[in-house]
Ligand binder design. Structure first.
Ligand code: NAP
Ligand code: HSE
Length: 428
């Protein structure tokens, strides 16, 4: 039996793991698919760089076209990252009838629809399991496992770096700046952590999950995003005292045909299973009309967990090759995209205010909520000696985002409020 020839674009963290699994588990893989899976060529930027995995130098190339144009290569695995070059190579590979596996959420969240359309035109597979939540097989679960159900909500802790930072801030009372520095020293956070801490990485992943869960083509610009860089340890401690953990939560919701997708720091009730997801771990909570609540937990990044998903996709392509069914996937978004307006997005909110400590202040503040038709669940006031005034923490009942925005606009001109310290969505 001829080996299945694979071209690997990238031999960094994930690419090295792919080589380790494909070559280390070769015997098991062959038994599953009936052929040797051979990584014939590997693209890198710099062949002279020392590598953590020993590879014959004639298998390395700095020229992607040597892989894309090689007629003996049937499958291209893209783990180089970036958007424009990766897209060019993937579209060219599909044009030549090669199947594609990618871990690239940045690419799939922006250009997924175009890439999947090209794959359909060419009867090719494009699988991207590792693009969301690394080692958790959530994409296949949404496409296949929940095909019978109608999903109404997907909530995800889908960025390990920010979950590590928030966990440390919660458990050790450390500041955001100190934990970020430590995360960079440990190699969890990148030297430029913007994409993680500002929520963009999580937003890209939520666009992918929302597309699959709601059968609607969503992309990165459809997601409203707020990161964790403004979170203070005081917010986390106040949250804890009221029974919440702060998590960077991706929330995709559907009511009838209306959808909203957001990523934002959220106060999650400690009794909710997502509140217990700590450190660099990821979790995706899925609510379906028929199944009810489910949750998927595991490592969201790293060499071997991510490579596990990439190689599982590779095996799926090879199985399809054997069956002659590549590109015959029936899934495609079939619902028109209808995004909710701020009037239609409802949630509870946590608001922390610094206020003057004098008679009538609380009445003025609660009147603003009443004017904007936002009902309150709890109000806690305590002296704050560090600012010599008072601090009020309010948790609302469900309110529309539009109403909350009106409350905050009125607060800006209310003279008894010195500062709106923080506003969080509340879940659980
Ligand atoms: P990485 O460690 O930076 O590795 C990138 C690899 O691609 C390197 O081998 C690099 O070559 C090569 N490369 C990059 N640009 C190239 C170019 N223009 N021409 C030729 N070779 C190029 O990245 P990674 O962490 O493995 O991530 C790869 C992909 O997986 C990304 O899309 C990422 O978002 C996704 N992903 C990563 C993780 C994770 O835990 N790391 C988890 C889920 C998904 P050199 O080695 O010569 O520099
Ligand atoms: N930077 C990402 C994270 C890597 O921290 O989760 C996995 O996509």
């Amino acid at each position: 039996m001829e080996p299945i020839q694979v071209g690997l674009l990238g031999m960094g963290t994930v690419g090295t793991g792919v080589l380790r699994i494909v070559e280390g588990h070769q015997e098991d893989l062959q038994k599953q698919v009936g052929s040797e899976i051979r990584i014939a060529k590997v693209l890198v930027q710099d062949k002279s760089k020392s590598r953590r995995y020993a590879l014959e130098s004639d298998r390395l190339t700095e020229d992607a076209w040597e892989i894309v144009n090689d007629p003996s290569i049937q499958i291209v695995v893209e783990v180089m990252g970036g958007i424009e070059l990766a897209k060019t190579y993937i579209l060219a590979a599909l044009e030549k009838g090669k199947h594609v596996v990618t871990a690239n959420k940045d690419l799939m969240a922006l250009h997924g629809a175009e890439i999947l359309a090209k794959a359909a035109e060419k009867n090719c597979d494009v699988f991207y399991e590792a693009s969301v939540a690394g080692g958790i097989p959530i994409i296949r679960t949404l496409i296949d496992g929940f095909s019978s159900d109608r999903i109404t909500k997907i909530m995800g802790i889908v960025n390990g770096t920010t979950n590590y930072i928030l966990t440390k801030m919660s458990q050790e009372g450390a500041s955001y700046e100190d934990v970020l520095k430590e995360a960079q020293e440990l190699g969890y956070a990148e030297s430029d952590p913007t994409s993680d801490v500002e929520g963009y990485d999580a937003a890209r992943k939520m666009a992918i999950l929302g597309t699959l869960g709601f059968h609607t083509s969503l992309s990165f610009p459809d997601v409203s995003v707020k990161g964790i860089s403004q979170i203070s340890k005081e917010d986390i401690q106040y949250g804890k005292s009221l029974g919440y953990e702060v998590k960077l939560l991706g929330i995709a919701e559907r009511q009838d045909d209306l959808i909203s997708v957001s990523v934002q720091p959220t106060m999650v009730k400690k009794t909710h299973p997502l509140a217990a997801v700590n450190g660099v771990f990821n979790a995706v909570y899925v609510y379906g009309e028929a199944v009810g609540e489910t949750m998927f937990y595991g490592p969201g990044a790293g060499e071997m967990p991510t490579a596990t998903s990439v190689v599982a996709d590779l095996v799926a392509v090879v199985k399809n090759l054997k069956l002659g069914v590549n590109g015959r996937r029936i899934f495609s978004p079939y619902k028109e995209k209808k995004l909710k307006t701020p009037e239609q997005i409802a949630s509870k909110y946590f608001v922390r205010l610094h206020v003057d400590d004098k008679a009538g202040v609380l009445a003025k503040i609660t009147q603003v909520f009443a004017n904007c038709e936002v009902s309150l669940e709890s109000v806690v006031q305590q002296p704050n000696h560090s600012i010599a005034d008072a601090e009020i923490v309010i948790v609302t009942h469900d309110a529309s985002l539009a109403s909350m925005n009106r409350v905050l606009a009125e607060f800006e001109s209310l003279e008894v409020i010195q500062k709106i310290k923080s506003v969080y969505r509340v879940e659980g």
